[in-house]
Design a protein around this ligand. Structure first.
Ligand SMILES: N[C@@H](CCC(=O)N[C@@H](CS)C(=O)NCC(=O)O)C(=O)O
Length: 209
């Protein structure tokens, strides 16, 4: 079997998710920590985004496609179940994660703090507005994990893997931490799964500041 290479800086929530899939399944991989919009990334992702994967003659972009490929090609516990209804529920939550939660929680709220347009001066009005819109999203997640402690079904799946790095980052900032702390089911969910070996082993290095 050729070596599996994941390309992208480890701080990306999506690079983290793909690495976590490898850790859950016990798949060895090499991380090439390169930034978006660099030649190796642009060669695979039409919009220069990370992560990108190389495995022999297979190159892929988009975290969901990469995770699915790894799940199907390698041995180890399935992160997307075989059974069609269970698989569809996982797909549904991955899609919601990418289309709804990432767009607001990461691209608007977290990026607003971490990469302000004017260095050192986050646009607090925009950040507060994003935080306000996050409230119903956090309620949705809190209700979703209440019955089983997982986002989809009664096992740990790609649905959880996809959302956990997002929640980790939201929890690093004041409004996010407060809202997540007030969501009892989600708090329990986060504490439990942030302690998973696969989560810790795939986590980015701590920030320097
Ligand atoms: N839908 C993509 C999203 C990937 C994505 O947004 N990656 C971010 C880093 S977390 C990125 O490359 N951003 C650079 C940009 O948007 O220009 C996936 O699931 O892989």
């Amino acid at each position: 079997m050729p070596a599996l290479e994941i390309m992208g800086v480890p701080q990306s929530n999506y690079v983290w998710a793909v690495r976590m899939v490898c850790e859950e399944k016990g798949v060895p991989y090499e991380l090439n920590p390169i930034r978006p919009h660099t030649p190796d990334i642009d060669a695979v992702h039409p919009f220069g985004k990370i992560p990108v994967m190389r495995h022999g003659d297979v190159t892929l972009c988009e975290s969901k496609a990469i995770a699915t490929y790894i799940d199907r090609v390698f041995d180890g516990p399935k992160v997307i179940p075989e059974e069609p209804k269970a698989a569809a529920r996982v797909e549904q939550w991955v899609s919601l994660g990418n289309v709804e939660f990432d767009k607001l929680m990461i691209r608007q709220y977290v990026v607003g703090y971490a990469f302000p347009k004017e260095p050192g001066k986050p646009d607090m009005a925009a950040i507060k507005a994003a935080a306000e819109k996050m409230k119903p999203q956090i309620e949705v997640l809190d209700r979703a994990v209440a019955p089983t402690g997982y986002l989809a079904g009664d096992n740990f799946t790609l649905a959880d893997i996809n959302i956990l790095p997002m929640l980790f980052y939201v929890n690093r900032f004041e409004e996010g931490k407060e809202m997540l702390g007030a969501a009892a089911n989600l708090s329990t969910y986060m504490a439990r799964h942030f302690a998973r070996e696969s989560f810790r082993k795939s986590a980015p290095p701590p920030p320097k500041n």
